[in-house]
Write a protein that binds this ligand. Structure first.
Ligand code: PLP
Length: 389
């Protein structure tokens, strides 16, 4: 049998491999500390202790309190709870919501749903680099605006939004307007302090930070009114019924702890890898990078378009060499779909279906990106010849 050459996984914004320490902890909880945290006996107490520890870790990272956290089944559920929960709980103060055109479907589709419930949603534009202007946000805030949702880091092009400035601008205009930040792509990669950044609701997810899939967390600031979207046994103070995913929650917290322990040096390393890659690949004809590539962009996300080559063709040609990337226009599931983000930043038509996303993590080495750059140098002229015939 042919032996498969080394795999180079560059799709870390889709999901990550768990840290071995996380797998070991989860395994122990699955096999030994498997109790239901609501049970009154020793096994329950053991599981409750794991939950408590996870809360302490995550609250410490976000500089919040343990009671500010609600565990969910994923980032998507946390976004749904933030938006639907806040809209329903605050509908008497107004029915206006604001978001941007480049949010993840977990926010955009939820906003569409809220429109069907009678809420009015303003979708703000972004500039050519995907940045939302704090002034535009402030101008859109009205007396009846109950919530603004802006992502921390864009999942397709890696734009990092000025969330602290946006938060300040919202509160200056209307102190009652809530500010939600989808930080699924930013948590674990940047210091995020909700209180200091005027953030009332913040979403994070386990599987983007070398934690497990199927677990997310919503930070809810003190005094924020939220109505549950899931009814049942009343766990988590009635805000999110359902037996807690103890191994997942503990795994996510440990992954976050490990990520933040070495955050600065990891970010410097990823930044150097991105800069070297961009420098080398920009020398190839017909390459365009989407969003920023400088130190203001996320160090782990690179979006590039290769004129004249369909993304799927390039993706599979790279895969043949053991290099895994994603198609920049596939949003979240594998439905064929033109990316709203690429449209919103004004990407020319000829590039829309030729965009791939390369996303790194602490588990990648500079050699991984060098191999990807070398593969692009070799493949693109070949694939173009093929396409033009
Ligand atoms: N928000 C953003 C910005 C994301 O990138 C993702 C996942 O790709 C989500 C939300 C959804 O997170 P989850 O996969 O945990 O539901």
């Amino acid at each position: 049998m042919e032996t498969k050459s080394r795999e180079i996984y560059l799709d870390n914004s889709a999901t990550t491999r768990v840290y071995p320490e996380v797998a070991a902890l989860m395994n122990r909880i699955f096999l030994e500390e498997y109790g239901n945290p609501s049970s009154m006996h020793h096994k329950g107490v053991e599981a409750e202790r794991q939950l408590r520890q996870a809360r302490q870790i995550l609250a410490g990272i976000l500089k919040g309190k343990e009671k500010n956290l609600i565990f969910t089944s994923c980032g998507t559920e946390a976004d749904n709870l933030a938006l639907i929960g806040a809209a329903r709980a605050n509908a008497r103060s107004g029915k206006h919501l604001i978001t941007t055109r480049i949010e993840h479907p977990a926010v955009l589709e939820t906003m569409k749903y809220l429109e069907s419930e009678g809420f009015e949603v303003t979708y703000l534009p972004v500039d050519a680099e995907g940045v939302v202007s704090p002034d535009d946000v402030a101008d859109a805030v009205r007396e009846d605006t109950i919530l603004v949702s802006v992502m921390h880091t864009n999942n397709e092009i890696g734009t990092v939004e000025p969330v602290a400035e946006i938060g300040a601008a919202i509160k200056a205009r209307n102190p009652r307007t809530l500010f939600h930040v989808d930080a699924v792509q930013g948590f674990g990669k940047a210091a995020i302090y909700p209180k200091r950044m005027h953030i009332d609701l913040l979403t994070a997810s386990g599987h983007k930070i070398h934690g497990p899939k199927g677990v997310g967390v919503l930070y809810v600031a003190d005094q924020v009114r939220l109505r549950t979207i899931l009814y049942g046994g009343g766990q988590q103070g009635g805000m999110r019924s359902g037996t807690e995913n103890v191994p997942g929650i503990a795994g996510m917290a440990l992954a976050a702890q490990l990520s933040y322990q070495t955050l600065e040096e990891d970010q410097r390393r990823l930044r150097a890898m991105k800069t070297a890659f961009v420098e080398r690949v920009s020398r190839i004809d017909g390459i365009r990078f989407n969003g920023r590539t400088d130190e203001k962009s996320a160090a782990h996300i690179i979006s590039l378009s290769a004129e004249g080559v369909r993304a799927e063709v390039l993706l599979h040609a790279l895969e043949d060499r053991g290099i895994y990337v994603s198609s920049g226009s596939a949003c979240a599931s594998n439905r064929p779909h033109i990316s709203e983000t690429l449209l919103a930043i004004g990407t020319p038509k000829e590039y829309l279906e030729s965009t791939i996303r390369i996303s790194t993590s602490v588990m990648n080495t500079p050699e991984d990106l060098e191999s990807a750059a070398a593969a692009l140098e070799e493949l693109l002229p070949m694939l173009r010849r093929y396409t033009r015939h």
